[in-house]
Design a protein. Structure first.
Length: 234
């Protein structure tokens, strides 16, 4: 298969032939239809952020596609099923996972970071972590659900617990921040405000805790989303 392989920071990804992975027991092979480009990928490529698995590595963790093959023991899936893969694979058995907090799993494995990701024609994934993507959601558009939508959804709906009538402030309107507006609307927020990055820089410059050397690295990223504010009328 063809894959865009990451070899080192400050070097372009190299499109090359590599063996198509074979699904092991409990795994499925997914033919990639689309894979979003996340800022995390750009951090690896442009900003010297180290990957957990040393390169060469296939980046990409916003993956949609179709089931192409089933490993031993896999049931409930068939070739051609349209699927979405989570950005991060979880163990399912640690305390966090058993409490429904898979996002802080002790043993998580991220596509395009711990294991080869979706900038390739095929990727293998544990069958237990695969989600059926309804046919009415185009695969190309659906791929960003894996990270760019689930991240603000978690912040807005689960952590912010936005309900109708709430006012919502989004700091950092990059890709994730922008999608937080949609999630705010889903939650029924009474009003949603966004501060553009320039305003965020001014804001965070006043807060010593956020006086990082390179503020641009937090603007629009998940750290900003963690500062999501949802106020609740009395
Ligand atoms: Zn990401
Ligand atoms: Zn776990």
């Amino acid at each position: 298969m063809k894959a865009a392989v990451f070899h080192a920071a400050h070097r372009p990804l190299e499109v090359t032939e590599m063996p198509t992975p074979e699904p092991g027991p409990g795994q499925v092979l997914v033919k990639v239809a689309a894979c979003g480009l996340c800022h995390t990928d750009l951090h690896f490529i442009d900003h010297d952020t180290p990957t957990f698995k040393a390169p060469p590595l296939v980046l990409g963790h916003e993956i949609s596609g179709t089931i192409a093959d089933l490993g031993a023991g896999v049931t409930g899936w068939k070739e051609g099923d349209t699927v979405l893969l989570p950005a991060v694979l979880t163990c399912g058995v640690c305390a966090a996972c058993r409490e429904g907090r898979e996002n802080i799993c002790d043993h998580n494995q991220m596509f395009g970071n711990h294991v080869d990701g979706g900038f390739a024609e095929y990727v293998v994934a544990p069958a237990k972590d695969v989600y059926l993507l309804p046919r009415e959601i185009p695969l190309e558009a659906g791929s960003i659900i894996a990270d760019a939508i689930t991240t603000p959804f978690h912040a807005v709906v689960r952590r912010g617990k936005v309900v109708p009538g709430d006012w919502v402030l989004v700091l950092g309107c990059g890709g994730v921040g922008s999608l937080a507006f949609g999630c705010g609307a889903i939650g029924g927020g009474g009003g949603t405000f966004g501060l553009l990055s320039v305003a965020c820089i001014l804001f965070f410059s006043l807060v010593p805790f956020f006086a990082f050397k390179n503020l641009s690295r937090v603007i629009g990223a998940k750290l900003v989303m963690a500062l999501f504010l949802g106020t609740r009328p009395a």
